[in-house]
Design a protein around this ligand. Structure first.
Ligand SMILES: [Zn+2]
Length: 528
């Protein structure tokens, strides 16, 4: 991507599908990645980093599918500084109308010495060779000196300068380990902007991790020194404590336009729907008090605040909930609401559905309305998401189950499941509790054994008749997978969540894959 013509325009580089997706509990399959990529395109991100093509055949396929289908944003693929990675990334991106190859190489002393075992001269040669090779495939090249925030400034300057000479068009300065603090990070950007020859021809980018809770603050500090691209993820998902949260950094730029005098291309009204979509797809929910998209972000409980709010909203409100796409009304539908009202609400919540889908959602809605007096937006969303994610592609479906909740005698469960080939199985099991017994019965029936690493149940809305939203995280073949189920019956929700994981495993061949941070001896791969 050439430098934006407007010097005050900040480029939003979304890495939800790469840095975000590789973090525990956030893995997505191809259909889910495509769904998120469409949402990111609609949200208005400038660049979608779609994955790390050499990491696994699945990563390659998803980058390729996104490159083919998603038009509008630039599609980026990640590559280490070696020919095989770069060639693979270029191959995956081949069909994208706008593409970027993102090459990275660690530059800090600790990484040079212990991970790469390369001298500074070798690092520079490898970076230059790689940028040149990538330029052979496309004009838009981003170079990242990994662990830049812990790299000696003189060496960092030299690496950056040489990679710009070699043809890099974006220089990304990652705080890979979340070590930087705002003024220190701003100093690095200022130094590089001043000292790197050719700095005026490239876009400076920032990539921050949140280990000290400073990713957003560091990114904003860098903007003041002239950085014009921010790498970020929806809900701030990512390795360890996560990456810069897109919704936070975008709303800081927008709300404090008076201070930064900068803008982005984001349609902020889609921030909340996009955040919800990611939570639903991954089963990883944001904390209640999360800035911008948390359940309490716009709630005013204290009486004195409520009084002020009633007199004038701006007494306690710096942003309007509708600016980030939080629906203005919540209490919406009941037993007597018609199909049309439901359809309208689904549209207002930002979903595109066809008539057949609306009909199926409506049927589920009527069943729910029998069990629950008031249907809130969150309920409607849960119904829609359930409908959009369950389809004819499910390998196993739940037919029925019985289970006993008991004290003094072990709880038992018998779950009846139907396989897509028509087979019916039912293997009774005993567990520590009713949920455990149900999961064990599903395991015996399907013959898939899983290690559950996390299990959470949350109520979708308030009230005893609320729907339960169960999420389960499991470890399978050294990968983490998650599933989600929603029902007014807690145990059914749990069974559905578990079954979703089992269906994910059955639907795709899960292969172990490389992470960008894994050490693969680069010296064994000769550069061109
Ligand atoms: Zn990262």
């Amino acid at each position: 991507m050439p430098a934006p013509t407007d010097p005050n325009r900040v480029v939003i580089f979304d890495t939800t599908l790469r840095d975000g997706e590789q973090s525990p509990g956030c893995s997505m399959n191809l259909a889910e990645k495509l769904e998120m990529a469409r949402a990111l395109r609609d949200l208005g991100v400038d660049i979608i980093e779609a994955g790390f093509p050499i990491a696994s055949p699945g990563d390659f396929e998803s980058v390729q599918a996104i490159a083919r289908e998603i038009h509008g944003p630039v599609i980026a693929g990640l590559a280490r500084c070696n020919p095989a990675d770069i060639d693979r990334a270029a191959e995956a991106l081949k069909d994208a109308p706008k593409k970027r190859i993102h090459v990275f190489l660690a530059t800090s002393a600790i990484h040079r010495e212990f991970k790469l075992k390369m001298t500074p001269e070798e690092i520079i040669r490898r970076a230059v060779d790689s940028v040149q090779r990538a330029r052979g495939y496309c004009e838009d090249i981003e170079f990242s000196p990994e662990d830049a925030a812990r790299t000696e400034l003189d060496f960092l300057t030299e690496v950056c300068e040489k990679s710009v000479e070699a043809g890099a068009t974006t220089l990304n300065i990652p705080d890979t380990v979340g070590y930087a603090v705002p003024s220190h990070y701003a100093d690095i950007i200022r130094h590089l902007k001043r000292s790197v020859r050719g700095a005026d021809k490239v876009v400076f980018s920032v990539h921050c991790h949140n280990d000290l809770g400073l990713a957003v603050a560091n990114s904003l500090a860098a903007l003041q020194e002239g950085a014009r691209q921010i790498e970020c993820t929806i809900n701030g998902i990512g390795e360890r404590a996560g990456n810069t949260a897109l919704e936070e950094v975008v709303m800081a730029i927008k709300t404090r336009q008076d201070f930064y005098h900068l803008s982005t291309g984001i349609n902020t009204r889609l921030l909340f729907p996009t955040s919800r979509k990611l939570s639903t797809v991954t089963g990883m929910h944001v904390q209640r008090n999360k800035a911008i998209v948390g359940q309490n972000a716009f709630a005013h409980e204290a009486g004195i605040h409520q009084d002020g709010m009633l007199k004038n909203r701006s007494t306690y409100e710096i942003m309007k909930p509708e600016d980030v796409g939080i629906p203005a009304t919540d209490l919406v539908l009941g037993k007597h609401s018609g199909r049309h009202a439901l359809k309208q609400r689904i549209q207002d919540l930002g979903y595109q559905t066809d008539d057949a889908q609306v009909q199926r959602i409506f049927e589920a809605f009527k069943v729910l309305a029998d069990r629950k007096k008031i249907i809130y937006d969150a309920d409607v969303e849960a119904l829609v998401e359930n409908q959009l994610h369950s389809g004819t592609t499910e390998v196993w479906t739940l037919v029925n189950f019985t289970c006993s909740a008991s004290f003094g005698v072990p709880p038992m469960a018998a779950v009846t499941l139907k396989h897509q080939d028509g087979r019916i199985v039912c293997e009774p099991a005993v567990g520590d509790g009713p949920v455990d017994a149900v999961l064990k019965s599903i395991e015996s029936g399907t013959g898939v054994e899983l290690k559950v690493t996390d299990y959470r149940v949350r109520s979708v809305t308030g009230g005893l008749d609320a729907q339960a939203d169960a999420s389960i995280e499991v470890e399978f073949d050294s990968r983490k997978l998650s599933g989600r189920g929603v029902s007014t019956n807690v145990i059914e929700a749990s069974a559905q969540a578990f079954l979703q994981v089992i269906n994910r495993i059955a639907l795709r061949q899960i292969r172990p894959r490389l992470k960008p941070t894994d050490h693969v001896p680069q010296e064994v791969v000769p550069t061109a």
